[in-house]
Ligand binder design. Structure first.
Ligand SMILES: *Cc1c(COP(=O)(O)O)cnc(C)c1O
Length: 233
C-alpha cells in the first residue's frame, strides 16, 4: 500500500462519485505514462482497475511486471504498424480516429480470433488539432466501424483543449454527452455506447458533472510527470 497514492485515489473517487452521482457514477482510468510498475501495481491495491498507456513501447516494457488483472487501454495516438503488438496486452483502444486504424484493428482481431474494443475519439472544439474524428463525420465513422468484424465500439473519447478554467469548456463536455446519447439511441449493431471517456486531472469534476462515465487521471493520482526531455539536453 502506498499511502499518498491511496489517499489521492480515495479523494478523487469521492469527488468524481459526487459529481457523477446523477448519472450513476464514473470510473477512474489511471493514466500511467512515465509511472513505474511498482507504483502502478500499488494503484491496483487501492482499487484502480483500468489503466491507460499512451505509448505501445512503454506498455511493452511494463507488461510483464504489471498486475495481470488490470484492464489496459491504449489512450494515445496509435500507428497502424503498432496495432499488432497491442493484442494480448490491451483490451481497448480509446483513440480510434480513422478508417485505416479501424481496418487494421479489425483485421488483427479476426486473425487472433478475439474481439478488440474501441472508443471513437472525437475532435471536439479543437480546430487546430488533428487527432479525433471531426464532429460532422462522427456518425458515418461510427457506422463504418460498426461494420468491421471483431471490433466492438464501446463509446466515445475526447481530449479537451487545455484551459486554465475548466468552466470554459463545460459546453464541450455537454456536447460530447449529447453525441454519446444520440449514438446510443440509434442502436447500431456492435455499438454499445456504454463508455464516455472525458476529463483529465484539471477538469474531471466538470466532465463528471456533464456525464462522463470514465475520467482519465494521471497527475491527480500519481503526481507531476517528469518534464519531457528533448533530443539534445
Ligand atoms: C496524459 C493523458 C491523460 C492524463 O492527464 P493528466 O492531466 O495527468 O490527468 C489523459 N488522457 C490522455 C489521452 C493523456 O495523454
Amino acid at each position: 500500500m502506498n499511502p499518498v497514492l491511496d489517499s489521492n485515489i480515495r479523494h478523487w473517487r469521492e469527488v468524481i462519485g459526487n459529481a457523477s452521482a446523477k448519472w450513476g457514477g464514473a470510473e477512474i482510468c489511471g493514466v500511467t505514462k512515465t509511472v513505474d510498475v511498482d507504483t502502478i501495481n500499488e494503484a491496483y491495491e487501492s482499487g484502480i482497475r483500468v489503466i491507460g498507456e499512451n505509448r505501445v513501447q512503454e506498455l511493452q516494457s511494463k507488461i510483464e511486471r504489471l498486475n495481470p488483472n488490470f484492464e489496459i487501454h491504449v489512450i494515445g495516438g496509435l500507428q497502424t504498424n503498432k496495432v499488432k503488438s497491442i493484442f494480448g496486452m490491451a483490451t481497448t483502444v480509446q483513440s480510434l480516429d480513422r478508417e485505416a486504424l479501424a481496418d487494421e484493428l479489425s483485421r488483427r482481431a479476426v486473425a487472433a480470433d478475439t474481439v478488440m474494443h474501441a472508443l471513437i475519439q472525437v475532435n471536439i472544439g479543437h480546430e487546430d488539432q488533428k487527432s479525433g474524428v471531426d464532429e460532422e463525420l462522427l456518425v458515418p465513422f461510427v457506422e463504418y466501424c460498426s461494420k468491421k468484424p471483431n471490433l466492438a465500439i464501446d463509446g466515445l473519447m475526447a481530449i479537451m483543449p487545455f484551459v486554465d478554467d475548466p468552466e470554459t469548456i463545460r459546453p464541450l463536455f455537454k456536447r460530447m454527452r449529447g453525441y454519446f446519447e444520440m449514438l446510443r439511441d440509434k442502436d447500431i449493431p456492435n455499438v454499445t455506447m456504454k463508455t464516455l471517456s472525458m476529463g483529465m486531472s484539471g477538469d474531471c469534476d466538470v466532465a463528471a458533472e456533464e456525464g462522463a462515465t470514465m475520467v482519465r487521471l494521471g497527475r491527480a493520482l500519481f503526481g507531476a510527470r517528469p518534464i519531457k526531455q528533448t533530443k539534445e539536453v
